[in-house]
Unconditional design. Structure first.
Length: 129
């Protein structure tokens, strides 16, 4: 079973093309209410400013996620899960023919229901059963 690991830090940098408009991936969109190639389609992230310092110990939890097929899927999931309260890092081990592993590092526990909702918002991805 082919797999690759890709860890994406939560930074405010823009990205290049993901190939979604050229038939390269099968994700069908960006969870932004439109498909690749339509008006308003952008790969540029909003810039972030400021520094956050925390003294609490981080926790880590890994979720198995289905439906991810490409680097764009990884980016969408990382961004959406990264917006959850307390999340400090998201890393994804992409498994295109099975359940990918999404590891969430946070300042405290993150509810499974919150992660599931973020996955749905990112593009219809689901927690593996």
């Amino acid at each position: 079973m082919p797999s690759s690991a890709l860890s994406l830090p939560l930074l405010g940098s823009g990205g290049g093309g993901c190939g979604c408009g050229g038939g390269g991936c099968g994700c069908g969109g960006h969870g932004e209410g439109h498909r690749a190639g339509e008006a308003g389609h952008s790969h540029v992230a909003e810039p972030t400013t400021g520094t956050t310092t925390t003294t609490t110990a981080a926790t880590s939890r890994t979720f198995e996620v289905t439906g991810m097929t490409c680097g764009h899927c990884v980016s969408a999931v990382s961004a959406e899960v990264g917006r959850l309260e307390g999340v400090v890092d998201v890393s994804v081990q992409l498994v295109t023919a099975g359940a990918s592993r999404v590891t969430v590092r946070s300042r405290g526990p993150v509810a499974t229901t919150e992660v599931a909702a973020a996955l749905e918002e990112a593009g219809g991805y689901r927690l593996a059963e």
